[in-house]
Write a protein that binds this ligand. Structure first.
Ligand SMILES: NC(=O)c1ccc[n+]([C@@H]2O[C@H](COP(=O)([O-])OP(=O)(O)OC[C@H]3O[C@@H](n4cnc5c(N)ncnc54)[C@H](OP(=O)(O)O)[C@@H]3O)[C@@H](O)[C@H]2O)c1
Length: 266
């Protein structure tokens, strides 16, 4: 893929299916050339062909297992060295929904490696070039489970809490720059992640499940409106404002330097 000053590229991880595939379509429609990353090359190729034909954009595919350090390093290098990359969508993610005692440690570590380590490393790789141009966008796909742990989601929820906290810290660090970070918190969305997770999509309440198209269109509408935190399925945004205000109040209340009176040793 050749680059020039006017070319703008979006690199999307986990683009071979679900939410990532719709981000690919929508960002191509917005004039971005694409670098699509995932493990399933056949899916990437089919999507690349469809997007090239439909939107007339250049689409490159990278077969990479982002849990594998060598593959991850390959994508890091692209992010660090291709000056046309304006958008990074950290979307690749994995859910294994079982109680810890019934889960393998390997499944837990793989979720952490993909949902946390890969997202963090790719952000590290992309940021210096974006900062040097004072321009760029990082979209991190978290989950409503960032704020809610189910008896089967300890690791997944924890990994998405990381994505939320990491993104918020980054937003504060970058507040005075032209680099924008949006964190998106989808609720249940109709993708293959469910059948792989141990809870089939068919087991979910149909009315609570969003389509991938609605999810990504809402997330991009949130971005266009300047949101840094986007709750695509939440009608009343003041719920987040109240939650965040309570969080800030609780944090403020921790800054006393002394044990709370209820812990006074008598
Ligand atoms: N669906 C939901 O209800 C929901 C709700 C909240 C948040 N999310 C989040 O949304 C994001 C996208 O998930 P989705 O729902 O669209 O599920 P999905 O259709 O299963 O997509 C997951 C994507 O991640 C890629 N991926 C998985 N393991 C990978 C690895 N080791 N290396 C590289 N790529 C890998 C998959 O591609 P390959 O298999 O080809 O590698 C696929 O493209 C995830 O971060 C997920 O946690 C989803």
């Amino acid at each position: 893929m050749s680059t020039n000053d006017t070319q703008k590229i979006a690199l999307i991880t986990g683009a071979s299916s679900g939410i990532g595939a719709v981000y690919a379509d929508r960002l191509a429609a917005r004039g971005y050339d694409l670098i699509l990353v995932a493990r399933r090359q056949d899916r990437l190729d089919a999507l690349a062909e469809k997007i090239s034909a439909g939107h007339g954009r250049l689409v490159k595919t990278i077969r990479a297992d982002l849990v594998n350090p060598d593959d991850l390093a390959q994508v890091e290098k692209i992010l660090a060295t291709n000056p046309a990359i304006r958008v990074l969508v950290n979307n690749a993610g994995l859910a294994r929904l079982h109680p810890i005692a019934e889960s393998s440690v390997g499944d837990s570590m793989t979720q952490i490696a993909l949902n946390i380590t890969a997202l963090t490393r790719l952000t590290h790789a992309a940021l210096p070039a974006m900062l040097s141009r004072n321009k760029g966008v990082i979209i991190n796909v978290a989950s409503v489970l960032a704020l809610h742990s189910l008896p089967v989601s300890s690791v997944y929820s924890g990994s998405k809490s990381f994505v939320l906290a990491f993104s918020r810290g980054l937003q504060a660090e970058l507040a005075e720059t032209g680099v924008k970070v949006q964190v998106v918190l989808p609720a249940s969305t109709a993708t293959e992640i469910w059948d792989e997770s141990g809870i089939p999509l068919s087991a979910l309440r149909k009315e609570a499940v969003m389509t991938t198209e609605n999810l990504v269109d809402a997330a991009l509408a949130g971005f266009d409106q300047g949101e840094s935190i986007t709750w695509p399925s939440v009608a009343d945004f003041s719920l987040w404002d109240k939650y965040d205000a309570a969080r800030a109040e609780l944090f403020g209340a921790t800054q006393t330097g002394i044990p709370a009176p209820r812990y006074k040793v008598s």
